[in-house]
Ligand binder design. Structure first.
Ligand code: GLU
Length: 459
């Protein structure tokens, strides 16, 4: 059986690293099994769904390297949802209910006081046709519940009904359908809650594996029953742990700073985001992975822990540095050009190789390019004796072309002449040359600067 997965975001905001964990679990699963990946926009909430969010989600996934084989919008599949609802109504599995929220709450309290489980007692099933007509005459509109198959003959005599599935992430799971209320599938205004459209679409799109956050575990029992009621075998399910902030709060589409769009804009490497989003909260070490293909080979969803994992943005910085420090010039040339590095300059490639270990983000290279090709920065200044020392040292720059050996020769000459060594010797020169107290090896910077520029920086 070929694998078909789907990532089903609601386009009601920008996706964050936690949403992307779900997308990537699906994508890596599909890659590993040679399967296909559907991007399905769950946009039935017309008031909150926006095309601009859908477009941004598609762009975010593309940046991360997730390339859907197919894109679907739930809002365009209304006819299929209506047909399924009708079929369930015909077979008595979707029944109208007229209770208000207050009535339901009152009943729930009564059940609790009688030590009964606080589930819906199916009172609406007892309504006679005249009672329904009377409610409708009052202007009440029904909401519709799915009759869970948790009884033998009498729906008021529920019995333990176990639904089992072998979760791709969590292993064997059991849910008792008698422990839950018949889920509402259709609201008073005729709109669908998430459950029915999701199941109908999973059937029609041939989804074989539903991989999603573990906040959906309890829904899965009822959804499996719904798949069966619609005459279909349920797909396999996998529920991964969720990510929280460092203080334990759930990530939300409203926590803008952690959105994928914001991380992209802040200059993070996509593989740093991918590596952290996938490996955090698993038994694997969090390390920068070279590519999604390499990750897919060893991807094992069952290595996720069962509890929520804390997402610490500082870890992203560590991974980002690891990646940036290895990036070849060809890979970053266009991005360097975009921030003002003249990539046609013969020094550009050497420049990148020298400075990449000193930048957090690729775009930070622009500052070093300005330091090398224009003027030193002004972050650090020479003080006290160092000014006179640096002037004397600059006068000792060896003759001839500046090359790899220049720094060694220069410092020997300076040492003999001034008696300075170590930091006292090199730091004033570093500051005079770059205007900073840290940075790439001076030995490597000198050939990039060239003789004239070096001498021009004599303080
Ligand atoms: N739109 C649903 C959500 O974002 C999808 C859940 C699922 O994958 O089934 O929670």
């Amino acid at each position: 059986m070929s694998v078909t997965v789907r990532f089903a975001p609601s386009p009601t905001g920008n996706i964050h690293i936690g949403n992307v964990r779900t997308a990537l679990f699906n994508w890596l699963y599909a890659l590993k099994h040679g399967g296909s990946f559907i991007l399905r926009f769950d946009d039935t909430d017309v008031a909150r769904s926006k095309q601009e969010y859908a477009d941004q989600i598609a762009a975010d996934l593309d940046w991360l390297g997730v390339r859907p084989h197919r894109v679907e919008y739930q809002s365009k599949r209304g006819a299929a949802h209506d047909a399924a609802a009708e079929k369930l109504k015909q077979s008595g599995l979707l029944y109208p209910c007229y209770e208000t929220a207050e009535e339901l709450e009152r009943r729930r309290k009564i059940r609790l006081s009688r030590r009964l489980p606080p589930v819906y007692g199916r009172e609406a099933l007892k309504l006679a046709d005249e009672e329904k007509t009377a409610f409708e005459a009052e202007g009440r509109k029904p909401h519709w519940r799915f009759l869970l198959p948790n009884f033998a003959n009498d729906p008021f005599e529920t019995q333990r009904t176990e639904i089992h599935w072998d979760d791709v992430v969590r292993g064997p799971q059991t849910v008792d359908l008698a422990s839950m209320s018949d889920p509402v599938l259709v609201r008073e205004d005729g709109s669908y809650l998430y459950t029915l459209p999701s199941v109908v679409d999973d059937i029609d799109l041939g989804v074989t594996h539903v991989i999603r956050g573990d906040d959906h575990v309890t829904n899965t029992g009822a959804q499996i029953a719904l798949f069966r009621a619609l005459g279909s075998e349920a797909p396999a399910f996998g529920h991964h742990n969720l990510l929280t902030t460092t203080t334990g709060e759930g990530l939300s589409k409203r926590s803008g700073a952690l959105s994928i769009k914001a991380l992209h804009k802040a200059g993070y490497e996509s593989m740093a985001v991918v590596s952290l989003a996938v490996l955090i909260g698993t038994s694997e070490a969090v390390a920068a992975a070279p590519s999604l293909e390499v990750m897919a080979e060893s991807f094992d969803p069952s290595s996720s822990s069962k509890s929520a994992a804390k997402f610490d943005p500082a870890e992203l910085d560590v991974l980002n540095r690891q990646i940036v420090h290895q990036l070849p010039f060809e890979t970053v040339a266009a991005r360097l050009a975009a921030v003002g590095v003249d990539t046609g300059d013969p020094r550009a490639e050497g420049f990148w190789t020298v400075i990449r270990a000193n930048v957090e983000k690729v775009e930070d290279a622009a500052d070093w390019w300005a330091i090398v090709t224009q003027a030193p920065a002004t972050d650090a200044v020479l003080e006290g004796d160092d000014l006179a020392y640096a002037r004397e040292a600059f006068d000792l720059l060896p003759d001839g072309e500046v090359g790899e050996a220049t720094w060694g020769e220069w410092t020997s000459a300076v040492k003999s002449a001034t008696g300075r060594k170590g930091r006292a010797l090199f730091m004033p020169l570093r500051i005079a040359l770059t205007g900073r107290s840290s940075g790439p090896e001076i030995a490597d910077l000198l050939p990039l600067l060239g003789r004239e520029e070096i001498l021009g920086r004599r303080p």
